[in-house]
Design a protein around this ligand. Structure first.
Ligand code: ZN
Length: 113
């Protein structure tokens, strides 16, 4: 709930001003406070809207990112498959490899059956 209050508080500030400069080109005006207020407003729209169930925390061991899972199956695990996904797969491979018997057979782990 503290995060909701924080988002609401920051969203009250002046927003980034977006002005049409020409067709296909916009100009954004504002400093750090305006950017923070705009990000907080968008976060409020996301977390208070219908897509809030699509927000997930990345499964990467050292990652703190949130991401929107718009995949058809809805089972995405990482914010970025090439970064966090590859690191997780490499770590899993190293774990499997370290448990391998010298003949190449993988020994069953404590949770394998
Ligand atoms: Zn991640």
């Amino acid at each position: 709930m503290a995060d909701v209050r924080l988002i609401r508080e920051y969203a009250r500030g002046p927003q980034v001003v977006v002005a049409l400069k020409s067709l296909g080109e916009v100009e954004r005006r504002g400093g750090v406070d305006e950017v923070l207020a705009t990000v907080a407003t968008r976060a409020g729209e996301l977390f208070g809207g219908d897509d809030r169930h699509l927000v997930h925390v990345c499964a990467g061991a050292e990652c703190t990112r949130l991401f929107l899972d718009r995949s058809r199956a809805g089972n995405r695990r990482w914010c970025d498959k090439l970064a966090c996904g590859s690191r997780a797969n490499a770590a899993a491979y190293r774990r499997r490899k370290s448990g391998a018997h010298p003949c190449g057979n993988v020994q069953a782990g404590p949770y394998d059956s």
